[in-house]
Design a protein around this ligand. Structure first.
Ligand code: HEM
Ligand code: HEM
Length: 203
């Protein structure tokens, strides 16, 4: 049947394609596992381990190792895990900010269901800070340069920036969940998201 023809089917509209919601797997196990272990490790090192203790260093190296794994996965992983899918290019950022400034929250479809460009900026900032913590932490321990006070200061600046970035990241995830009427935090656990699929895309 012609999808644009009138019919008795109540779901078929004369001028618009059918819009149906489907659940799809967006975040694979590697994205979800690395996310939650990295989050737990960062919170542990910020709040619970003794600064500079052996446990602090082990936890730090595990977290850095998982970030490296995730960065490799960004090149070879599944569709929505790949950087090519969500890299915050100026063009993507511009069109996202323009949509937000017009109070337009696009419904998720199979093309835009990954990280949005602003979220992606935050993710690269978080990954960079964690790598910075690993490098300065290692350099302190290995006595790579004599001026350990400077390394300690840089390590502390990186750590302090997380007190700003992490709450901002979590609040943004909660805000976007409300605006998109989709629980993004649950999606990071199950890996699933709901997308709108028009009948033109499905056939
Ligand atoms: C990746 C996550 C990490 C986080 C969130 C983190 C966080 C912190 C924080 C908040 C401090 C206290 C800073 C201060 O107030 O002076 C600290 C100190 C320290 N960290 Fe880390 N760290 C991490 C990784 C590492 C790693 C991988 C190492 C080393 C292998 C390391 C070695 C140290 C040392 C030696 C100190 C003590 C510096 C001092 O003498 O005061 N950290 N870290
Ligand atoms: C130290 C703590 C945290 C760090 C360093 C962190 C870092 C990240 C990173 C790097 C990503 C990108 C995931 C990827 O593509 O692999 C991400 C995504 C995400 N994080 Fe976190 N996260 C932290 C805590 C949390 C917490 C506590 C929550 C919620 C309660 C949360 C919710 C999310 C959500 C919902 C996404 C997906 C956003 C989207 O749909 O685009 N994160 N986080």
């Amino acid at each position: 049947m012609n999808h644009y023809s009138e019919s008795n089917n109540p779901h078929t509209s004369y001028s618009a394609p059918i819009q149906d919601k489907h659940t799809i797997k967006v975040w694979d196990i590697c994205v979800r596992f690395t996310h939650w272990v990295i989050a737990a490790g960062i919170l542990a090192n910020l709040a619970f381990t003794d600064d500079g203790s052996e446990l602090h260093e082990y936890v730090g190296y595990v977290v850095v190792g998982l970030v490296v794994l995730r960065l490799i996965w960004g090149f070879i992983g599944t569709r929505y895990a790949r950087f090519s899918n969500f890299f915050p290019t100026p063009a993507r950022l511009k069109s996202h900010l323009k949509a937000l400034s017009h109070h337009q929250i696009p419904q998720n479809n199979v093309n835009n269901v990954g990280h949005n460009p602003l979220a992606a900026l935050m993710m690269f900032a978080l990954w960079a800070v964690i790598i910075g913590l690993g490098i300065t932490g290692y350099a302190m321990e290995a006595h790579i340069i004599a001026d350990e006070d400077t390394l300690e200061d840089i390590h502390e600046v990186f750590a302090s920036s997380l007190y700003l970035l992490v709450p901002l990241h979590v609040l943004s995830a909660i805000l976007m969940s409300r605006l998109q009427k989709q629980n993004l935090i649950k999606s990071m656990i199950t890996g699933n998201k709901q997308v709108v699929v028009s009948d033109l895309n499905t056939k």
